[in-house]
Design a protein around this ligand. Structure first.
Ligand code: SF4
Length: 328
């Protein structure tokens, strides 16, 4: 695409809610000169959000390790020798204590993650009690527990769950290089169950796993073509954990990561785009560019499930420097 062709003001369609993005259009966005892409993303962002407000979530691993799935990026898979020990589901009191401290530190949403292929019904009873307890503290609730049946989604909804996270991870074409123990269709089906009961959908992916730009395009097109855009779109940079099959993957270029954020913002204008895993190794400048590109959510707290995350002090310092404040 030539610069001359791109010099025109952004089309009003850029900020419209569309579910018919084609690969060619999304490829065209990725190919834009960086300043033009940033301008368009920032324009769309300002049409839909306060550009200086960032939603803050805290993520707690309520059941760590020993997962039977084979996700190649995940230190919690029992198939990878990463030193992560399998633990039991946390007790309700301990989860609520963590939620209280997250709230005190400024989080508005508390996400609970369990390393399961899918929850057993008795485990779901315990998770529902956690959801009720966290909600009673005045926090939004989110859970990521693996695949769900329609009945399990209904139970979670009845307990007051606000968000369910289930990522597509990557493009349909690249998917089997990363996971073989569940299909892309399985993932879409869980998302359908969650959407059908009226729980907000949190769904995004991971980049830097050895995929090419075409896969990143495929992932964005799939996310933007879901029956409704996910309310929340986490974009994760691979954390290369020793012992996982992806440990020695080459690091993704930071500016390519910023482009992905910008394209997610343009194609899903009203979704909250979360700058998710991988921030620990990201410079302040890269994170600032991500916020400019339309990211407006972060995970806050020293740990993301089992991998490190910038400490609360570092995040507070960065937000102060940028004049960004927590979204109310
Ligand atoms: S990403 Fe989730 S499902 Fe996959 S191995 Fe890790 S904990 Fe299990």
């Amino acid at each position: 695409m030539s610069l001359a062709a791109d010099a025109s003001p952004p089309s009003p369609l850029c900020g419209a809610l569309r579910r018919d993005w084609t690969r060619e259009e999304v490829r065209g966005l990725f190919d834009l000169p960086f300043p033009e892409l940033m301008f368009r993303a920032q324009s769309v962002h300002r049409q839909n959000f306060d550009p200086s407000a960032v939603q803050i979530s805290t993520l707690l691993s309520i059941k760590t390790g020993g997962c039977p799935e084979d996700c190649a990026y995940c230190p919690q898979s029992a198939r990878h020798d990463t030193g992560v020990r399998a633990e039991k589901l946390m007790a309700l009191d301990a989860v609520l204590a963590e939620a209280r401290s997250a709230k005190q530190a400024g989080a508005s949403r508390f996400c609970m993650g369990a390393a399961w292929r899918e929850p057993k019904d008795r485990d779901l009873d315990n998770v529902c009690a956690m959801v009720e307890g966290v909600k009673a503290l005045g926090l939004e609730t989110c859970a990521t527990l693996g695949m769900l049946t329609a009945a399990q989604a209904r139970r979670l909804k009845a307990s007051g769950l606000d968000y369910y996270n289930h990522n597509l991870d990557t493009s349909p074409e690249f998917y089997d290089k990363i996971i073989t123990t569940r299909t892309y269709e399985d993932r879409l089906e869980t998302l359908n169950h969650v959407r059908a009961v009226g729980i907000h959908v949190c769904c995004g992916g991971i980049v830097g796993m050895g995929e090419g730009r075409e896969d990143r395009i495929g992932m964005i097109v799939t996310l933007a073509s879901l029956p409704t855009h996910p309310d929340s779109v986490p974009i994760n940079m691979l954390v290369r954990v020793a012992g996982t099959p992806l440990a020695s993957k080459q690091e993704l270029d930071a500016l390519e990561f910023v482009r992905i954020i910008a394209v997610a913002r343009i194609t899903m204008p009203r979704s909250v785009v979360r700058l998710s895993a991988g921030r620990e190794d990201m410079s302040e400048e890269t994170q600032a560019l991500c916020f400019l590109a339309g990211a407006n959510s972060i995970f806050y707290g020293p740990k993301l499930l089992t991998t490190p995350n910038p400490g609360r002090d570092r995040d507070r310092e960065l937000m102060d420097k940028l004049g960004i404040s927590p979204m109310i």
